[in-house]
Design a protein around this ligand. Structure first.
Ligand SMILES: CC(C)(COP(=O)(O)OP(=O)(O)OC[C@H]1O[C@@H](n2cnc3c(N)ncnc32)[C@H](O)[C@@H]1OP(=O)(O)O)[C@@H](O)C(=O)NCCC(=O)NCCS
Length: 173
């Protein structure tokens, strides 16, 4: 029987083993970069997860801030058995909402699945457009000269609350 997604929520410390297993399943297939348990415990607050009513974690993704305006979507994945049912999109929506709350202007990712990102409103770009990422991670990667990842980015719309405030101001002006 398939699990039904009940919640998109921020990850908790106890979710780390499931996140670790999911990411490293795809790392073995060289689809995602591997993450160590230490790394995940340190960065668990960056993660959003999709959880079932049985409290199993079936999807995850992380939002990493670079500066006031820029953030990266990292380690976004869904259990193989749960793919194709909108779980990835829902995790992405959770990350987008979080980025909007922080008033991030631009989101980017490096991915081997640009089609999924395109369905979520991202456009392709040269990875050199994100030099901080290149300096921070890419130059240390053994696949630097044969990287099959595509850089994708999207601007964020103004947060709904900001729009509502502006509309309210216009009405009272
Ligand atoms: C990519 C991934 C996260 C998508 O998750 P998912 O739950 O299967 O995706 P969804 O069901 O939410 O699909 C959302 C949309 O993206 C499209 N899509 C998803 N994966 C796709 C793929 N591999 N190729 C083309 N389109 C894809 C879906 O068709 C859907 O399109 P729609 O808007 O027409 O309905 C999942 O396949 C995965 O974990 N892949 C391995 C890890 C990975 O590549 N992560 C992304 C890089 S960080």
């Amino acid at each position: 029987m398939m699990d039904s997604v009940t919640t998109i929520r921020k990850a908790e410390l106890c979710d780390v083993p499931a996140i670790f297993d999911m990411i490293n399943h795809y790392a073995l297939e060289r689809v995602l970069l591997p993450r160590s348990l230490t790394d995940l415990y340190e960065s668990v607050r960056e993660f959003t997860v999709a959880g079932t009513d049985q409290r199993a974690v079936i999807g995850c993704g992380a939002l990493k801030f670079y500066n006031q305006d820029l953030a990266e979507i990292r380690s976004l994945c869904v259990n193989p058995q749960s793919q194709g049912r909108g779980v990835g999109r829902r995790v992405m929506e959770g990350l987008l909402a979080e980025a909007e709350r922080h008033k991030v202007k631009t989101l980017f990712a490096l991915t081997q699945t640009p089609e999924f990102f395109s369905r979520c409103g991202f456009h392709e770009a040269k990875r050199e457009r994100f030099p901080m990422k290149v300096w921070r991670d890419c130059l240390r990667c053994d696949r630097y000269f044969r990287c099959s990842e595509v850089a994708v980015w999207r601007e964020l719309t103004r947060p709904a609350v900001e729009e509502a405030q502006q509309e309210a101001a216009a009405v009272t002006a």
